[in-house]
Write a protein that binds this ligand. Structure first.
Ligand code: MN
Length: 129
């Protein structure tokens, strides 16, 4: 069984570290990317089982990245959880309209975070010996 892999695209150091540490606790393979411009190449290279996508990135919008990932036949099935500080309803609509599978707004509680991840990767699955 392959180790399940999560890609975090997040330009904020503290958020990135938090998400990284939480996912690592669950024995997932975690890849991270602070540069939105490098995210698409990484998605194709690594084919993660789940992507956590910050929306407000340096010089590029996570919404555009989500659109591109979801328009690419090779990557469109990868679930994406968008994470954003935007609290407004119209932003949620834009994010979901881009093809995101789920939307979380910051600050994200640990319970909500794991609940969201667990929708796409079963965190309770027993490890195989
Ligand atoms: Mn950001």
């Amino acid at each position: 069984m392959h180790q399940r892999k999560v890609l975090i695209v997040e330009d904020n150091e503290l958020n990135l570290k938090l998400f990284y540490d939480l996912l690592s606790m669950k024995k997932l393979e975690v890849i991270s990317c602070k540069d939105g411009h490098k995210a698409l190449g990484l998605v194709e290279e690594e084919m993660p089982d789940l992507i956590l996508m910050d929306i407000q990135l340096n010089g590029i919008s996570g919404i555009d990245l989500i659109k591109t990932i979801k328009q690419n036949k090779d990557t469109q099935k990868i679930p994406i959880i968008a994470i954003t500080a935007f609290a407004m309803k119209q932003d949620e609509a834009r994010i979901m309209g881009a093809g995101s599978d789920m939307y979380l707004s910051k600050p994200v509680s640990i319970d909500k975070f794991f609940d969201a991840v667990n929708c796409y990767i079963n965190l309770n699955e027993k490890e195989t010996v």
